[in-house]
Design a protein around this ligand. Structure first.
Ligand SMILES: NC(=O)c1ccc[n+]([C@@H]2O[C@H](COP(=O)([O-])OP(=O)(O)OC[C@H]3O[C@@H](n4cnc5c(N)ncnc54)[C@H](OP(=O)(O)O)[C@@H]3O)[C@@H](O)[C@H]2O)c1
Length: 246
């Protein structure tokens, strides 16, 4: 009997693979047999991920997805994919009543616009195979409010809503689209929060299972990419250590 979670023979594109969740995802997917195209902006850190992938035949793309011309050129040059993981993101804190257009632009440019643009290039460029699985890394911020998180929350809310429409429109080609929504995950992104180490540790007490590690999110992504999830589309997997149970 074939293991439904085995990814052997699947070609998967992982964006944001130079750090954090994307890096852990790339490493896990390679261990499950996937053939990967990984992307990031930082040459050295992306290569560090590349060097620890299992298996052969993986590729790297250095690209800032906010640069639409370069993104179009790089995507035109890729192979076709059975799986795509959108795992790029940024964070900027600030209370809702004081948000400026520039704050919103900074966060939405990366968290929403660049992802949607990349997705359009992949779909319109016929780079996504029939039966493929698309996984979008959103956040519990899309539906769980926290003080100072308005711009990020709005960008992830937009992304989660976009994912559901894309799921509906893509089903006719058996393409599945799902989101994962982590709460706090120990990655370099957390350095963008304006909090002390003490505040950070105090906040973790709200989490029944504690903060997540990047590997915890990677495991959910791997499941959604696998044939084990072949009837799952338009869904969201919340990975929040129990935070939102209370
Ligand atoms: N960490 C958390 O607590 C948490 C919680 C919920 C959701 N998330 C989401 O998880 C995803 C990954 O975050 P992370 O925590 O792993 O953060 P991270 O460690 O900072 O990694 C972010 C990744 O995104 C890439 N990236 C950012 N802007 C880009 C751009 N314009 N073009 C191309 N690549 C770009 C970075 O590339 P370079 O480093 O090469 O520049 C890096 O690989 C994000 O969508 C984030 O919002 C994180």
């Amino acid at each position: 009997m074939k293991n439904p979670f085995d990814l052997t023979g699947k070609s998967v594109f992982v964006s944001g693979a130079s750090s954090g969740i994307g890096k852990a995802t790339a490493v896990l997917l390679s261990s499950l047999g996937a053939s990967l195209t990984i992307s990031g902006r930082n040459v050295q850190r992306l290569d560090e991920t590349f060097q620890i992938l299992e298996g052969e035949g993986h590729r790297q793309i250095i690209c800032d997805f906010c640069d639409y011309d370069d993104t179009a050129a790089k995507i035109a040059d890729t192979n076709k994919f059975d799986g795509v993981v959108y795992c790029i993101g940024t964070q900027k804190t600030g209370v809702a009543k004081s948000l400026t257009a520039n704050d919103l632009k900074e966060v939405f440019d990366t968290n929403f616009n660049a992802v949607v643009n990349l997705n359009t290039l992949l779909f319109e460029g016929k780079k996504i195979n029939k039966g493929a699985s698309v996984v979008i890394v959103s956040s519990i911020a899309a539906y769980y409010p926290e003080v100072g998180n308005a711009a990020y929350s709005a960008s992830k809310g937009a992304l989660s809503a976009f994912a559901k429409v894309l799921a509906l429109e893509s089903a006719k080609r058996q393409i599945r689209v799902n989101t994962v929504s982590p709460a706090m995950v120990r990655t370099p992104l957390l350095q963008k929060f304006d909090v002390t180490d003490e505040q950070f540790a105090e906040n973790e007490k709200k989490y029944p299972l504690g903060y997540s590690e990047p590997e915890d999110v990677a495991a959910a992504i791997a499941f959604l990419l696998s044939d084990g999830a072949r009837q799952i589309t338009g869904a969201d997997i919340k990975i929040d250590g129990g935070l939102t149970l209370q």
